[in-house]
Structures are given as structure tokens and as C-alpha cells.
Design a protein around this ligand. Structure first.
Ligand SMILES: CC1=C(CCC(=O)O)c2cc3nc(cc4[nH]c(cc5[nH]c(cc1n2)c(C)c5CCC(=O)O)c(CCC(=O)O)c4C)C(CCC(=O)O)=C3C
Ligand SMILES: [Fe+2]
Length: 390
């Protein structure tokens, strides 16, 4: 793929960052190819997006998510309605609690007493608060499992920045940033993630009427991102699309080998003048119907749990589009707490603890996934993840 030519700031030109707390290389940790030192007090941190817990949380949450990002007010109001439809509560928090419970069970069954913590970027429990608690608990090193399996600013780099921000918030002269950290690599290609998505796709296919099943069109979906963000994803650009395609290929190969499938995009935001990855899933369904397709199975391989963007944008919007154009419709579940997925996450952790090979998402080059327009001013950075007091 051609190298991205989008403006990214080269290493050493980010004066708003303290170099000792740099985003790359995991918040102060030694190179990840070294095995974990014996006796180091370690923890696993599930780092996620966060979501509102009631009607009053919705707007402050959305303001946290979109601060400095030029998302039109009308879009925020529209998305707020999606949350209000579910009582103002995002399902993502309960899903993360369930994943943590499953990880704890998996770890203890394997004889590990590693504590598991939880922190979010955009809503309580905020990662800054969790970091301070880990420091108080005497944790020296944290393995960070982000609830995104892929490259991109939103799915990878921003989680590195969350870690850096939490370390800045926790830093004191006696304690430079609390525990060191190591983000676990992208996991779209782990056997368990693929297995979970494949089982879900097979189950969704089985819900279609028998006569439509063999001819149903398989359609992978992922969150759309701005073209400029896609162009700089990964060290050579376009890694978000490439990783998604690789994951979808593996999933389909397990369920229906040699069956064609499509990868399309959902949940686009931003002003209409800014190009984002296309086609949108709804437009694609219309095209499929026109081309004579009779049934479709969507599998949202781009997400880790059935959070709001899955249950609203697919189970409501895309389903309605399918009905309008006369397509039979099924939607596959995301990985969630599938045992194979949970097992693979333990595998990643063990691999890192043993000093396995560096992989993308852990040791990211300094400019990897860096989007100039998503640079936050120091004031934005200080405010990010905190509800505004005014
Ligand atoms: C790649 C990607 C993932 C997958 C990787 C990952 O999982 O991290 C993801 C996940 C999620 N996105 C989520 C929610 C939102 N995303 C928004 C806005 C945006 N997402 C973007 C990208 C992504 N988003 C982008 C480029 C924007 C524009 C703003 C910006 O450039 O930064 C907005 C603002 C309103 C709107 O415009 O839609 C909301 C509310 C939730 C929580 C759902 C719940 O509550 O259950 C989750 C898991
Ligand atoms: Fe999003």
C-alpha cells in the first residue's frame, strides 16, 4: 500500500508532551521483549470507552467524547436520542463488567491471582482515578487490554494517550506516574477473537429461513473513520482497513469457506463535508437488494461488545433499511465474553509477560496513527475525560 502523505508531526515535535511520559512504548515500561521481572507487582487493566449511566449523563458524556473534534451539535443531539431511547444508559458498562468477571475467572482457573482493574476514557470510572488507585495499591506495572482490536487513532493511539494522561495525572515527585504500563497488541487475529466471531456468524445464519441461508450475503461492519484517519492508521497507513479485512476473511473462512463477503462501514459522524470510509451499511443494503440479493447477515467484527452503536445502528437502523428493501436480515453478536475470546486475551497477557515478540499496538512508532486534527490543546487534554464543572 502507498505510504500515507497526510501531515503527521514527526518525533520530537510534540512540545505538549513530557518525553518521560511519551505515548509510544507504553508509559515508561522497558522494551516489551524482556520478560517480566520476577516479583514485580502487576495488574491487568481493562481500558474502555465509557458510557452514560442515566439521562443526565448523556450530554456531558457526549461532550467528553467530542471535545475539540468539530462534531456538529445536531449530530450530538441525534446520538443523544439513541441513548435516551435506552433510558440514557449505555450497555457498554455492564458488558465491560461481564468481561472483567470472565477474565478474573479465566485467570484464577489458570492459577493466576493477577488483579483486574477497569478504567474508561469518557466516563466513570475514569482511567485517571483507576491509575491513582493502582498506585495506592502498590501496583508497579499494568498490562492494558483496550476494548478495541484494531489500529487507528480512535482504536489504538487514543488509548495510548489515555494511558499517558492517566500517568501525568498520577505523577508526583515521589511517584513519577504510578505504575508503568504496557498496552497489549491488536488482537483481531487471535484464534479466540476469530472463533467468537465465527460462532456468532454461524448462529446468526442459522436464524434465517432454511431456503435463504445458503444464498445469504455476508457483510462485515466496522465503525467508519475519517479518510485522513484511515490513511495514517498503522506504521504504513491503512492498517485499520487491512486488519479488518484480515479478521473478516478469517471469520468467513471458518464459517463458509470461499463464500464472498463485503466489508462496509457504520456509525459515521462528523460534518458531511469531511470524507469518511464508505460505503455506509445502509447504502450497501440498498445496492444488494437492487442486485437481486434476498438475505443478509451482518457481523460487526469491528467491535468487541454489543454496545450502543451495534444495537442502535444495526438492530434498529440497518434492520429497518433491510425491511424497506425486502432483504431478510440477521445480525451476528460480537465477541463479548465468548470463552475462546477470553482465553485468547489471557494468552496475549502470558505472551507479553514471557517477553514475546513486539507487536503492533504495544510498541507503536511515535507517529503511528497520529492525526493532526485530533491533537488536543493542553487545556482540552486536562479537561478530557472529566465532566465540565461549569
Ligand atoms: C474506530 C472507532 C471505534 C471502535 C474502536 C473502539 O471501540 O474504541 C469506536 C467505538 C465507540 N464509539 C462509541 C461512541 C461514540 N463515538 C463517537 C464518535 C466517533 N467515534 C469514532 C471512531 C470509533 N468509535 C470517531 C472517529 C468519532 C468522531 C469523533 C472523533 O473523531 O473522535 C461519538 C460521538 C457522537 C457521534 O458522532 O457519533 C460517540 C457517542 C462507543 C460507545 C458506545 C456505547 O456507549 O455503547 C464505542 C465503543
Ligand atoms: Fe465512536
Amino acid at each position: 500500500m502507498p505510504r500515507a502523505t497526510v501531515d503527521i508531526t514527526p518525533e520530537g515535535q510534540r512540545p505538549d508532551e513530557d518525553p518521560s511520559l511519551a505515548v509510544r512504548n507504553n508509559g515508561g515500561a522497558p522494551p516489551s521483549t524482556e520478560p517480566a521481572p520476577a516479583g514485580r507487582r502487576e495488574a491487568l487493566l481493562l481500558l474502555s470507552f465509557g458510557g452514560p449511566e442515566g439521562h443526565d449523563d448523556v450530554m456531558p458524556f457526549l461532550e467528553n467524547v467530542t471535545r475539540g473534534r468539530g462534531i456538529p451539535r445536531e449530530r450530538l443531539e441525534e446520538v443523544a436520542e439513541h441513548y435516551h431511547h435506552f433510558g440514557g444508559v449505555s450497555p457498554i458498562n455492564d458488558q465491560n463488567k461481564a468481561l472483567i468477571a470472565a477474565l478474573e475467572k479465566e485467570l484464577s482457573a489458570a492459577g493466576s491471582d493477577l488483579p483486574v482493574y477497569w478504567g474508561n476514557r469518557n466516563w466513570a470510572p475514569y482511567v485517571e482515578d483507576t491509575w491513582a488507585r493502582m498506585a495506592e495499591d502498590g501496583i508497579e506495572h499494568v498490562y492494558v487490554l483496550a476494548t478495541s482490536a484494531y489500529a487507528s487513532f480512535s482504536g489504538c493511539r487514543q488509548y495510548h494517550e489515555d494511558i499517558a494522561r492517566a500517568r501525568v495525572a498520577t505523577a508526583s515527585p515521589a511517584r513519577p506516574g504510578g505504575p508503568t504500563a504496557e498496552k497489549l497488541p491488536h488482537y483481531y487475529d487471535t484464534p479466540g477473537f476469530v472463533q467468537a466471531n465465527a460462532d456468532a456468524l454461524a448462529a446468526a445464519l442459522a436464524t434465517l429461513p432454511a431456503e435463504l441461508r445458503d444464498g445469504a450475503r455476508l457483510v462485515a461492519t466496522a465503525h467508519s473513520i475519517p479518510d485522513t484517519m484511515a490513511a495514517v492508521a498503522g506504521p504504513d497507513g491503512h492498517a485499520y482497513e487491512a486488519e479488518l479485512m484480515a479478521a473478516a476473511e478469517r471469520v468467513v473462512a471458518q464459517v463458509a469457506p470461499d463464500r464472498p463477503f463485503d466489508l462496509v462501514w457504520q456509525s459515521r459522524s462528523g460534518p458531511p463535508s469531511v470524507p469518511w470510509l464508505e460505503p455506509d451499511v445502509n447504502d450497501h443494503l440498498r445496492v444488494l437488494a437492487q442486485a437481486g440479493e434476498t438475505a443478509v447477515v451482518l457481523f460487526p467484527v469491528g467491535f468487541v461488545s454489543d454496545h450502543l452503536e451495534v444495537i442502535w445502528d444495526l438492530d434498529n437502523e440497518a434492520k429497518q433499511t433491510a425491511e424497506e428493501v425486502g432483504l431478510a436480515f440477521a445480525r451476528a453478536a460480537t465477541a463479548g465474553t465468548h470463552p475462546a475470546f477470553v482465553e485468547s486475551m489471557r494468552g496475549l497477557l502470558e505472551e507479553r509477560r514471557a517477553g514475546g515478540l513486539p507487536r503492533l499496538g504495544t510498541d507503536c512508532p511515535a507517529s503511528c496513527c497520529f492525526v493532526q486534527s485530533h491533537r488536543r490543546s493542553p487545556a482540552d487534554t486536562a479537561a478530557n475525560g472529566r465532566p465540565q464543572l461549569s
